[in-house]
Design a protein around this ligand. Structure first.
Ligand SMILES: Cc1cc2nc3c(=O)[nH]c(=O)nc-3n(C[C@H](O)[C@H](O)[C@H](O)COP(=O)(O)OP(=O)(O)OC[C@H]3O[C@@H](n4cnc5c(N)ncnc54)[C@H](O)[C@@H]3O)c2cc1C
Length: 177
């Protein structure tokens, strides 16, 4: 049974203490629920958008540019993070190493899905980013992403394929169009 908007809001509301940053990502009950905290189906089930014909079919929704839901945000963020790691210097300066580690800590603090941010911040505290080289960074990130995949029941990514996926394209040439 779909949640009504109040139930959905309650299930996606986090206290300031839950959120590693100092801001709240959730909206007030008078506002719409937090898109970045939920997947499309839960969000549309709880918001007025379910009554809008455009939003009843996700493929039609793609014709409109909308705020990102949790899955879209995650997919695009991983794309950015892995691409950034793929272009990190092979031999980073001490400043580069420190700044990248700091960036990842701050990024996880302000990531706008509170449960994702909380868990990723914990993961970083337990296993700090490795920034001594590009290889170290991209393999650390691959490992970290696989931890999230495991939590979500998604398949483990083969980290030996990182450069094909995020830098040079697949060896079969399928990206060379
Ligand atoms: C920091 C962070 C924390 C998150 N935490 C949560 C959470 O707690 N709960 C939640 O519901 N969602 C979370 N998400 C979102 C979630 O990880 C996915 O992004 C989302 O479910 C969409 O998944 P997807 O199937 O599009 O593939 P994604 O997991 O987004 O992956 C995108 C692409 O990256 C490649 N890939 C997959 N694994 C790896 C890897 N290990 N290394 C390199 N490339 C890889 C694949 O080609 C894949 O298609 C988080 C996202 C981020 C960025």
């Amino acid at each position: 049974m779909p949640l009504n908007i109040k139930q959905f809001y309650d299930s996606n509301t986090h206290s300031d203490n839950d959120y590693p940053g100092s801001r709240r990502a959730s909206s007030t009950p008078e506002e719409k629920p937090c898109r970045a905290c939920s997947d499309f189906k839960s969000w549309s089930a709880a918001s007025n958008s379910i009554f809008h014909p455009l939003f009843q079919d996700e493929s039609k929704k793609k014709e409109v540019e909308c705020p990102l839901n949790k899955s879209e945000l995650g997919n695009q963020t991983w794309g950015f993070l892995h691409t950034m790691a793929a272009y990190f210097p092979d031999k980073p300066s001490t400043d580069d190493q420190r700044d990248m580690a700091q960036f990842l800590r701050l990024f996880s603090k302000f990531y706008p899905c509170p449960t994702c941010a909380r868990d990723f911040t914990k993961l970083i505290e337990k296993e700090p980013p490795r920034t001594s080289s590009q290889t170290e960074l991209k393999h650390w990130l691959c490992w970290a992403h696989n931890q999230v995949n495991k939590k979500l029941g998604k398949p483990k990514f083969d980290c030996s394929k990182l450069d094909e996926r995020w830098k040079y394209g697949w060896k079969d040439g399928s990206c060379d169009v």
